[in-house]
Design a protein around this ligand. Structure first.
Ligand code: WTA
Length: 695
């Protein structure tokens, strides 16, 4: 070799090589966007001392501030009990009811205020504005019905409900009795529902006959029959199926009711007219609900969330980070079947007496203006959604927001890293240059936000979540457990140093897995009862800039190692979006004899653009320009759509199987658009055509 070999440390200094323990970061720093004066003037949290109040020095007592936002039957005596570490208990000794805090306590002053605006998908149907008083009545009657079935505190009930007002009504009816609800995303199959019924040991399933999605009234009850049959195979007998009617008084499913097992909720409720059920004072650490999330192995994990700690945490963060005031109209587009909907459509906002919008349908159906008409008609001023939806809205109607008269003071992005290009469209077009944006990074397991800016206190930085929110103290470790410092321009495994009230208590029924997956990695002493010995492993790769802002690069598993360089898939994908024609992008690793792995790039285009070898070349070049030759994709595949989960996340696993020439792409049961798989397979694995581009 003509070239003289450089030492590892010289290479690191030059920034051209990184050790295996760290991920190279090539992303450019983005500029700051300050919140506007009008926003600051009305904001809930404008005191910079909040960070000091919630510093590690003041941990855990700082969280009293959140607990005090709630009404307690009995005040707690111990703020944090670590005796069963890492299963931490918050606000021990306290007695509380979540249903009471989300409804009853608002009645004296606000019974006539809208709690939920239910927006049906068909625009011919009227929006239902449900007041706090009506919530009170409906939740009480539903609780009476549940109680009549013998359900009591600690029992589990599985809900398989779509985005309708009956979902939070059912959740709060369970919470009123201390019954643990486990809502399964409505888009999931009967089989997926069954797995969760078995794991949680539910005897009762609550569902709906039908709901609207993209113009079709879908038969939903048929999934309940599958769920019950499949659960039985797993030795879990469901003896009651409660079916809400999408149109009260009319049964909208073609699936017959099973005698003695299936009951129409709307009919049954008539027996409980006028019933009031006293909320059950629950220990703060009693589980409020389970939320299943997929792990790397097949079996879903039931994240068990507490009553007092969880509710305190989502209330505090809804106030400080979401900036929710009772007079706001707040619309979070997530599905309540995910944690975002539990925390930031139902529990956080209702605890603060907000008016929360629930939209049944697809935001781009029947046309690209649908979401913005809802915003205009209801005068929504806080808007909350995910990058996948933002990209979708940008794809179908980049100029659409301008055509409507709505003004958001605040917007949220959540669920995956947002590419700066997409962030800027969100800021300028949706936020009209005025809304404060928070990029909230967190997980099902966490209950509420981990990193985000406090909107009136910190400037926004596209693509970066921000620092830890008050009371959350992240730390980045390399593979050897050494801290990767701010400004090192290196990424590593982001962990949280301390417990917090919103953190899940355990994996339902599997404490060992809980400890193994989330704590074992960096725990120094497994017998320790000191929280300092139990950093929580999030499983995400991240880096911290000099300003203390964290940038999330995605799951650790999503990292691609090209010739010893670990590249975050997200930064490659972000670079592709710099090309104007590109709407979405996904990068997957393909095995390569020489380089180990090389990135394959999939893109979909905005409407009006057609695939061509020139365009593919331009996109490939963009990666080289933005990141470097190391990032040059082996192929650029221009596809009509990406395989996506029902929550909108791109299924890279499927694309990776296709790119690696596998015939079996694995389980596609949870895909929203399974038909796209065949199309992409033909493109990638079929005979090559002239129009294909080989990078
Ligand atoms: C990713 C959703 C970057 C991350 C609340 C995390 C994000 C996983 C962000 C959890 C964000 C979530 N920026 N990445 N703002 N928010 N993620 O359990 O990889 O559905 O670990 O919870 O989504 O997804 P989950």
């Amino acid at each position: 070799m003509a070239e003289t070999k450089k030492t590892q440390s010289e290479l690191i200094k030059e920034g051209v090589e990184t050790s295996e323990a760290q991920i190279a970061v090539h992303w450019q720093e983005e500029g700051y966007y300050p919140p506007n004066a009008q926003f600051i003037a009305q904001a809930n949290m404008t005191d910079p001392k909040v960070y000091e109040r919630f510093s590690l020095k003041n941990f855990p007592n700082c969280f009293k501030e959140y607990a005090d936002m709630l009404d307690w039957y009995e005040y707690w005596h111990t703020i944090l009990d670590t005796s069963d570490a890492p299963c931490f208990k918050w606000f021990v000794g306290g007695k509380i009811n979540a249903s009471y805090n989300c409804i009853d306590r608002h009645l004296a002053k606000n019974k006539n205020k809208t709690a939920i605006h239910f927006v049906p998908e068909p625009e011919t149907e009227r929006v239902d504005h449900i007041t706090y008083q009506e919530m009170y009545v409906r939740v009480n009657e539903m609780a009476a019905l549940l109680q009549s079935l013998g359900l009591k505190a600690g029992d589990r009930v599985t809900l398989h409900l779509p985005m309708v007002a009956e979902l939070p009504i059912t959740m709060l009816a369970c919470a009123r009795l201390g019954v643990i609800h486990s809502e399964v995303f409505g888009g999931f199959s009967g089989k997926a529902c069954a797995d969760r019924i078995v794991d949680s040991g539910s005897h009762v399933l609550i569902t709906m006959d039908a709901y609207y999605r993209a113009g079709k009234l879908l038969d939903h009850k048929e999934k309940a029959d599958i769920a019950v049959a499949e659960a039985k195979k797993g030795d879990q007998v469901v003896d009651k199926v409660l079916v809400w009617q999408r149109y009260p008084g009319k049964y909208s499913s073609s699936t017959p009711l099973v005698k003695g097992r299936d009951f129409i909720v709307n009919d049954e409720l008539k027996k409980f007219y006028g019933k009031r059920i006293d909320p059950v004072p629950m220990p703060a650490e009693a589980p409020l609900f389970l939320m299943y999330t997929s792990g790397t192995t097949g079996k879903p994990k039931g994240a068990q969330h507490s009553t007092g700690g969880y509710l305190a945490y989502v209330t505090g963060t809804s106030k400080f980070i979401q900036d929710i005031h009772p007079e706001d109209v707040y619309w979070c587009m997530a599905d309540i079947g995910w944690i975002t909907g539990h925390s930031y459509i139902v529990y956080g906002p209702l605890s603060l007496c907000a008016s929360s919008v629930i939209f049944e349908g697809v935001p781009t159906y029947p046309d690209a203006g649908r979401a913005w008409r809802i915003a205009q008609d209801l005068a929504v001023n806080i808007f909350h959604t995910a990058p996948t939806t933002i990209r979708g809205l940008r794809k179908v109607g980049p100029d659409e927001p301008k055509k409507y008269d709505f003004n958001f003071k605040h917007m949220t992005t959540v669920g995956e890293p947002i590419e700066p290009e997409v962030w800027k469209w969100y800021y300028h077009e949706v936020g009209k240059g005025e809304a404060a944006i928070v990029d909230t990074w967190w997980q099902t397991e966490n209950g509420g936000f981990l990193c985000s800016t406090i909107p009136a206190l910190k400037p926004m930085k596209p693509g970066s979540a921000g620092p830890g929110v008050p009371g959350i103290h992240p730390i980045i470790f390399d593979e050897d457990g050494n801290e990767v410092k701010a400004g090192a321009n290196k990424a590593g495994n982001i962990c949280i140093q301390n417990p917090w009230p919103g953190q899940f208590q355990t994996i339902w029924g599997d404490r060992d897995r809980f400890v193994k997956v989330y704590f074992e990695r960096y725990c120094k002493d497994k017998n320790s009862k000191d929280w300092r010995d139990w950093p929580y492993l999030t499983g995400d790769a991240a880096m911290q800039a000099n300003d203390g802002y964290y940038r999330i690069l995605g799951r650790i598993d999503d990292v691609i190692n090209v010739s010893g360089h670990r590249l975050g898939t997200k930064e490659l994908e972000s670079a592709a979006l710099v090309v104007n024609e590109v709407a979405e992008s996904a990068v997957v690793p393909v095995s390569d004899e020489i380089k180990g792995k090389v990135p394959d790039l999939y893109v979909s285009l905005k409407p009006g653009f057609l695939p061509s070898p020139e365009l593919a070349k331009k996109i490939s070049n963009a990666l080289v320009t933005e990141i470097g030759p190391i990032a040059k994709p082996s192929h650029v595949w221009i596809v009509s759509d990406m395989p996506k989960t029902r929550s909108g996340k791109i299924m890279r696993r499927v694309l990776a199987a296709i790119s690696n020439n596998k015939q079996d792409v694995g389980d596609v049961m949870t895909l929203a658009n399974p038909e796209i798989v065949t199309e992409i397979m033909q493109l990638v694995q079929g005979p090559k055509k002239d129009s294909d581009y080989v990078g």
